[in-house]
Design a protein around this ligand. Structure first.
Ligand SMILES: Cc1cc2nc3c(=O)[nH]c(=O)nc-3n(C[C@H](O)[C@H](O)[C@H](O)COP(=O)(O)O)c2cc1C
Length: 321
């Protein structure tokens, strides 16, 4: 039975990834007793900006039923320090792959970041397209397919490394955005980033997060993420573009659902905070599932979803009210 995944011209030892913002800069979890990267194919490093950032005022995270809301505000030491001080601490043997996540506040900043990592041993670069465009009133690049494509084009011109574009669920058609990003030069797509959300404290009558609003992650967003991955896969598979599925994965069943919907790789973020040792458990569950249903290679799960045939006139749910 093979658990390795070939994608982006790379060999991932397993389909499991640790997601950006939930795995620091690759060394932090190694301090947890008993933790190792054996079950992990890739680690996405914390979102990195041009300048050092201290992030948002507290509270920066708050729990909601079945989820977590965060507004960290991209706290990071800045790209120069990441490249100079943090990347040299990592092993570059591909077990796992360490992939930086770039977050810009202008198209020029995205391009500068892509160019900076182009000169490093990183095997690919993930573009976090959900950052606010400060020149255009602060709306996120990722909420607008035109702006998303412009960001990808600028990064494409700045690096020859594979580009993974992390799509925002906070838009009308994530599949349309996926198509535009592919046309602009994306080599893979990650989906989904967090869902815009708010939590309110009725006693203070104020938002719970210091930033007033934040991004919802965890099991609450899994059904949204699954549909997004399914829709993106319909666009991406024709171009042989892999999808990195994520959003609320907490066990093997969740991970398998994302692969059936079209993900080649799957990521765990929020769940790591509860159980840093979750990856080997998920991988074991995937192996058991493959064994039970006779899959010999984990990539056979990708896109194996079979839809119901509704061509005989079944009504869409919206008409059945
Ligand atoms: C505390 C926290 C910080 C995050 N920071 C980043 C980030 O810097 N860049 C990014 O692209 N996504 C970031 N994310 C989004 C995650 O990488 C992931 O896409 C999202 O949380 C959905 O997966 P999950 O439900 O498994 O957490 C962050 C999420 C959390 C919870």
């Amino acid at each position: 039975m093979s658990l390795s995944v070939a994608a982006l011209g790379l060999d991932f030892s397993t389909p499991l990834c640790m997601l950006s913002g939930n795995a620091g800069y690759g060394t932090e979890y190694l301090r947890v007793s008993g933790f190792n990267y054996d079950a992990i194919g890739a680690v996405f490093l914390k979102g990195t900006t041009e300048a050092e950032r201290y992030g948002n005022p507290p509270e920066r995270v708050t729990e909601t039923p079945y989820g977590l809301m965060n507004a960290i505000g991209l706290q990071n030491p800045g790209v120069a320090a990441v490249i100079r001080d943090l990347l040299p601490k990592l092993n570059w043997d591909g077990k796992p792959h360490f992939i930086p996540n770039i977050s810009g506040f202008s198209i020029d900043e995205y391009a500068l970041l892509a160019q900076a990592f182009d000169q490093t041993p990183v095997p690919a670069i993930e573009i976090n397209i959900s950052c606010p465009n400060v020149k255009k009133g602060g709306a996120a690049f990722g909420n607008d397919p035109d702006l998303s494509a412009q960001v990808v084009e600028a990064c494409r011109a700045a690096t020859t490394k594979p580009l993974i574009v992390k799509l925002s669920p906070n838009q009308t058609s994530i599949a349309h955005s996926a198509r535009r990003c592919i046309d602009a030069g994306a080599n893979a797509l990650s989906a989904i980033n967090t869902v815009s959300a708010m939590a309110i404290d009725i006693h203070t009558r104020m938002p719970r997060l210091g930033n007033n609003q934040g991004g919802l992650s965890g099991p609450a967003i899994k059904p949204i993420a699954l549909l997004a991955v399914h829709n993106i896969y319909q666009v991406a598979k024709a171009h042989n573009i892999p999808v990195i599925g994520q959003g609320g994965i907490t066990n093997a069943k969740d991970a398998i659902e994302f692969m059936l919907a079209g993900a080649s790789l799957v990521g765990v973020g929020t769940a790591l905070a509860k159980d840093p040792m979750i990856a080997p458990k998920i991988l074991k569950g995937i192996q058991q599932y493959m064994d039970k249903y006779g899959f010999t290679h984990v990539s056979q799960l990708t896109g194996a979803l079979e839809l119901h045939d509704n061509s005989n006139g079944c009504m869409p749910a919206s008409c059945l009210k």
